[in-house]
Structure formats: C-alpha cells, structure tokens
Write a protein that binds this ligand. Structure first.
Ligand SMILES: [Fe+2]
Length: 463
C-alpha cells in the first residue's frame, strides 16, 4: 500500500527544490521586493512553511500554535489589482534567523506527525510548495543579477534560425477537461491522477470542431517583426546599443530568435490579431494535447532555467493513444524515442488519461475514436503541435471560471474562487520551472492579462 511516507519523501524533495532557490538569493537581499505587486522575498521564505503548518499542524491535527504571529504573518500571498501596490517596509518583517528557526520547527513537527495526516492534505502541501518553486523563480528572475548567486548552470542550447511558422490540422473531436473525483482518500504517488485542485473538478467533455493550430510556439524572432511594426517590446527584452537582448535568470544574452517569446495575454492577443489568427481556447488546447505524444526531452520539471528552441522537440511524428491511455508512435519516422509511459508518476501529458477521459465515453466509442485517429495518422502521417507541455505556459483565450460542479476545498477556500472574477485567463502546459507533477493534463494555471513576469508563451489557431 502506498503510504504517507512516500508523500513525505516527495515533500522532502520539494523542500530541497525551494531551499535551492533561496540559496540563490544573497543573504543581504531577502528584504528586496523584485516584483512590485508581490511580497518581499522574506515573506516567501516563511510562507511555504507557514502554509504547511497552518494546513497540517493547525487545520488537520489541531496542534497548538508555537508562533501564532508568524502563522498569520506568513499565511497569505497577494495579487493586488493594477495600481494598488503594497507599501510595507523591510523593518516590518522579522529577522532571517527568526524565520529560519520557525521553519525548522515546522518541518520537525510535520515530519513527526506525517503518518496522521490525510493524503489529500499532503498532496495539497506538496503541490502548493511546488507551485511556489515556480512563482518564486519569477520573483528571483527580477532580482538584480548582483544580488543572486548563480547555481551550476546546464550548458545553453545553441540557438538557430526560427522555423517557418506552419499550421497543423486538429480533427473534430471531444476535448476532455478536468478530473472525475475528488479522490479524497488518495495517498498514492503512482495514482496521482486522482489528486487535483478544486478547479480541476468536475470532468467536462467539450465538442471541439476541427481547427488549425500552429506547430510551434511563437518565437522571439516572429515577435520581433511585430515590434518592428510598432508594438512595444516584451518585458523580458532589453535594448542595448540598438540590439535586442533577452534578460535571462542569471545573465543577459543576445535575443535567441528561435526561443518562444514570453509575453502577457494582452500582447499575445494583439499579436494574434495582427497576424489574423487567435489564441486557442482551453478546450482546443486540450484537444490538441490529446493527440500529441510525450516528448521525452520536454523542457519542464526544473531541468533548465530558460527556454530552448521551439523546434527542439520536433519528431516529425504523429502518435495515437490506446484505450489505456498509453501512447505509441504511429509513425516509423520517429527517431530513438522511448515509448511513452503514461502510467508513470510524473503526471505528464498526453491526454486522454485512462481515468479522466475515457470514462466519459463508452469504451467502444473511445476505442473507435482512437483507432480512427491512429489510422488517420498512419495514412497521412499527420503532424501534431510541438511543446504543448514544457518550454513555457501557453495563454488561452479562456477566462478562468469554474467547471460545473466546482466546490472549493473547505480547508483552502481561496485557492481558486477569488480569481473567478473575469480578470484572469487560463494557461496550459508547463514552463521550464514547472514541477513534473503539475504538468498533468487537468492542471489549470491562471494570471491577469497584463501580468508580465511569468514564463508565458502562446501559439496561434485558426478556426
Ligand atoms: Fe501560497
């Protein structure tokens, strides 16, 4: 039987991930606020532990607080409307030594109690921390280079000319969104498909007419044409002596023309309009992702700090999904790729997964749909979009809203609900700094349309 100790091990690994990020901050820089709309760095140092303590120690196990002031101070992040920035001062925050002591006590207490904690709450603590491993990377990205300690970096991929933009056809079909559930008693790592956040429930089938989708994400090189036509430069670019450069996590580099461009939703929409296309809906993204094969070198799960070329994962192959959700290549041209193992714990695309999607269809319908697709793939060697997972979240045109049957978690009512305000858009996929377990098909990310700090890319569709 899968036990809490396995989730405990995953939490341990996630702690190492967040610890490594804080080690990249110079000790004299924890009271900086690199993003004006977010808290100072010291808040995040205390927040991931305070969240765990408030959820597990206080809510689940009703333990007495040992530092109620910190439990409250570090409880909540912020997402202010434009123009309403926080105004606290460094002196409003405790010393790093005090926060470190609090953090260590939280970890000791939780590790002691872990066998008593419901699996769902351990999943929540784990994924909350992993999400902060990404959102804290955004904050770290904006901290001055001289305030950071660069870890050992992987070698940068060579950049090349961007590929010619081209569209691939996505046939009519059903997009399967969300999860059946809620899997309240799940404590398993291998069966992570049953854990989801409140906004992933309930499962939803959406009929999706045929459409064309770009093979690749929009590149810096393509977006540069838009800038030369008068659009403002993206937030991650800077002009030096008449040349555009990319502001990376640890260094500025000449603008890599074949990397995806990081943009806001508003910029992505404006570009799409300029090119005569549109952003995909959330359902269209799911539909396309359900047809694509797993990319073994996909750029996510903390493997790199920066993007890679948009065509780094091109295989030129199509794939089909069988009724178990396993994926096999339908195209003998595919080169040296491992058969995808969807049953593995990384929760990666592709759709459909055996539980969430096929249940909604009858087994026969699912099989016939899959067979038809596989025949189509074999006959015409259809191409599918590249990098629907990894190398940058992708903006959709879908406003973040609940699926029918949405119920907030009683222990975390504000995870999604405050953001169903018509002012946040859904992103899908994953960025280089997204944990593998968060790249499951049903996971939904969302941000304000003008928030420029995130690793958000996009691609075009045509109706
Ligand atoms: Fe948080």
């Amino acid at each position: 039987m899968r036990t809490q100790s396995e989730l405990g091990h995953a939490i341990e690994e996630a702690r190492e991930q967040t610890d490594a990020l804080f080690r990249a901050v110079r000790p004299d820089s924890f009271y900086e606020r690199p993003i004006p709309e977010r808290h100072r760095i010291v808040f995040y140092l205390g927040h991931v532990e305070a969240f765990d303590w408030n959820l597990i120690g206080r809510y689940a196990l009703d333990r007495r607080p040992f530092h109620a002031g910190f439990d409250h101070l570090f409880a909540f992040g912020i997402d202010p409307p434009p123009g309403q920035l926080p105004s606290d001062r460094p002196s409003d925050w405790p010393s790093l030594a005090e926060v470190d002591r609090y953090n260590q006590r939280v970890r000791d207490e939780i590790d002691e109690l872990i066998d008593e904690v419901p699996g769902q709450l351990l999943h929540v603590a784990l994924e909350h921390r992993l999400m902060h491993a990404e959102t804290f990377a955004y904050i770290l990205h904006q901290l001055d280079y001289e305030r950071k300690v660069a870890p050992a970096l992987p070698p940068e991929m060579e950049t090349a000319r961007p590929p010619q933009p081209r569209m691939v056809e996505i046939p009519t079909g059903t997009a399967q969104l969300g999860l059946h559930g809620p899997g309240l008693d799940d404590t398993s790592l291998d069966d992570n498909a049953t854990f989801g956040w409140d906004n992933e429930f309930q499962a939803l089938a959406v009929d999706t007419p045929a459409f064309s989708m770009a093979k690749h994400k929009v590149t810096n090189g393509e977006y540069l044409e838009f800038v030369r036509a008068g659009a403002a430069a993206p937030f991650f670019w800077v002009e030096r002596a008449g040349r555009w450069r990319y502001r990376g996590m640890f260094a500025e580099i000449p603008l890599p023309l074949d990397w995806p461009v990081y943009v806001t939703h508003s910029e992505a929409e404006a570009y799409a309009k300029w090119r005569g296309g549109a952003l995909p809906t959330e359902a269209q993204f799911h539909r396309a992702a359900s047809l694509t094969h797993k990319e073994s070198e996909a750029n996510f799960d903390f493997r790199r700090w920066e993007p890679v070329s948009v065509h780094a994962n091109d295989s030129g192959s199509a794939a089909h999904a069988n009724h178990n959700g396993a994926v096999a290549h339908a195209d003998s041209r595919s080169r040296a790729r491992q058969p995808a193992d969807v049953g593995s714990a990384d929760g990666q695309h592709p759709l459909p997964n055996g539980r969430g999607s096929v249940e909604a269809l009858s087994q026969v319908e699912a099989l016939s749909q899959v067979e038809a697709l596989s025949q189509l793939a074999a006959r015409s060697q259809i191409e599918t979009p590249s990098q629907l997972v990894g190398n940058g979240w992708e903006w959709t045109s879908t406003v973040f809203a609940p699926f029918p049957g949405f119920t907030p978690f009683p222990f975390y009512r504000n995870y999604s609900e405050p953001f169903f305000d018509g002012r946040h858009y859904v992103l899908k996929g994953a960025s280089p700094r997204t944990a593998g377990r968060l790249a499951r098909p049903s996971f939904r990310n969302w941000f304000r349309p003008s928030y420029p700090y995130i690793y958000a890319t996009f691609r075009l569709v045509e109706p």
